[in-house]
Design a protein around this ligand. Structure first.
Ligand SMILES: Cc1cc2nc3c(=O)[nH]c(=O)nc-3n(C[C@H](O)[C@H](O)[C@H](O)COP(=O)(O)O)c2cc1C
Length: 296
C-alpha cells in the first residue's frame, strides 16, 4: 500500500495465516480494504483519516479469525480476548446494582485500578471514531481538596448574595445545605469524592453536538467500569455548573481548555456505603416497544 505519510496505517496481512475470507473488507467502516491482485486483502490509497479514508477503528484487526492482520503497529496477539457470551446476567446486575454514591472513604484508590479503568476507556465509542474526547482524572484526594476549597468557598460566598448557577435557587441551595448533614456528608459540591473524572472535548462547528454526546457516553462507560471494579461513583452536573459558571479559577485548576465542553463531573472512590440489594425502578410506561404495541 502506498499512501501519504499522514495516512500511514501500517496495515499488514500475514499471508501465512490469511484465508482470504473477506471479513476485514466487510467490516471496514472506511471501506478502504479490498482484495489485491494476489487475492489477499490490501488497503487502498486514501486522502486522509476519517470519512475520506481509514477510520482508525481497527475492526480489521479485531474481526480476523486467523489473527492475520496488524494495523498501526498493533498486533492481534496483544488484544484482550472477547468477553464470554454469558455476560448478560452479570451486566444486568451491574446496571441494576449500580447506585449513585454520595459518601466515600477518605482515601486514594489504588493506582492500578485507575490505570485499568482508563486503559479500557480508550475503547469507548465516539462519533465517526473521531476520538476527540479527552479525559481529565484528578486521582489524588489532596488535589481534589484544593479544587474543592476554591470552588466551595466561591459557591458559598455567592449563595449568601443569592447568586446561583442557572439551575439553582434559594430553595435548591438550602436543600443541598441540609443534605450535608446526611447524604452528602459535609460536602454538597463533590459529595466528598476523593477523585474526579471529567470527559471533555473541543466543541465547535457542525459536530459540536456529537462532541457533547461523546463526553456523556464516556461518562456513562466510566461510571459502569468503576462500579465493575467495586468503586462508588456519582455523576454530577451541579458541580460542573459551579465550575463553569461561578468558579472559573477552580475550573482552571483542572487544566481543561476554556473552549472544551464539560457538562458532567464523575466523583469516584471507595464507597462508604454498601447496598444490600438493587432498587426496582419501572420504566415500562416510558418504554415504547414496537413488537408489543403492534398486538394492541
Ligand atoms: C445528567 C445527570 C446529572 C446528575 N447530577 C447530579 C448532581 O449534580 N448531584 C448528584 O448528587 N447527583 C447527580 N446525578 C445522579 C442522579 O441524581 C441519580 O442518578 C438519581 O438520583 C438516581 O439514583 P441512582 O443513580 O442511584 O439510581 C446526576 C445524574 C445524571 C444522569
Amino acid at each position: 500500500m502506498t499512501v501519504g505519510a499522514e495516512t500511514k496505517t501500517h496495515f499488514v496481512v500475514d499471508k501465512s495465516k490469511c484465508v482470504k475470507c473477506g471479513k476485514c473488507i466487510n467490516t471496514c467502516s472506511g471501506m478502504v480494504i479490498e482484495f489485491g491482485q494476489d487475492g489477499y486483502p490490501d488497503m487502498k490509497e486514501f486522502e486522509r483519516f476519517g470519512w475520506r479514508g481509514c477510520w482508525r477503528c481497527q475492526h480489521c484487526l479485531a474481526v480476523c479469525p486467523q489473527g492475520a492482520i496488524s494495523i498501526f503497529g498493533k498486533k492481534p496477539e496483544d488484544s484482550l480476548p472477547m468477553p464470554p457470551k454469558a455476560m448478560g446476567e452479570y451486566m444486568e446486575q451491574l446496571v441494576t446494582g449500580r447506585r449513585s454514591c454520595r459518601r466515600f472513604l477518605d482515601k486514594n484508590v489504588a493506582p492500578d485500578i485507575v490505570t485499568r479503568i482508563l486503559s479500557a476507556m480508550a475503547a469507548v465509542p465516539t462519533g465517526g471514531n473521531a476520538q476527540g474526547v479527552e479525559y481529565t482524572v484528578i486521582d489524588d484526594k489532596d488535589r481534589v481538596h484544593e479544587i474543592w476549597q476554591e470552588a466551595y468557598s466561591v459557591m458559598d460566598a455567592k449563595a449568601k448574595k443569592h447568586i446561583y448557577t442557572h439551575s439553582f435557587s434559594d430553595f435548591y441551595y438550602s436543600k443541598m445545605k441540609q443534605s450535608e448533614k446526611t447524604v452528602r456528608k459535609d460536602d454538597l459540591l463533590f459529595c466528598g469524592a476523593p477523585h474526579l473524572f471529567i470527559a471533555h472535548e473541543k466543541c465547535v462547528g457542525k459536530w459540536a453536538e456529537d462532541s457533547k454526546v461523546n463526553c456523556n457516553i464516556a461518562t456513562a462507560y466510566f461510571e459502569l467500569l468503576c462500579n465493575a471494579h467495586g468503586l462508588g461513583t456519582t455523576i454530577m452536573s451541579y458541580s460542573a455548573e459551579v465550575l463553569n459558571e461561578l468558579a472559573p479559577k477552580a475550573r482552571e485548576m483542572l487544566n481543561i481548555p476554556k473552549e472544551h465542553y464539560m457538562g458532567l463531573i464523575v466523583g469516584f472512590g471507595y464507597p462508604e456505603i454498601e447496598y444490600a440489594r438493587g432498587v426496582q425502578k419501572d420504566r415500562s410506561a416510558k418504554t415504547h416497544r414496537y413488537s408489543e404495541r403492534k398486538g394492541r
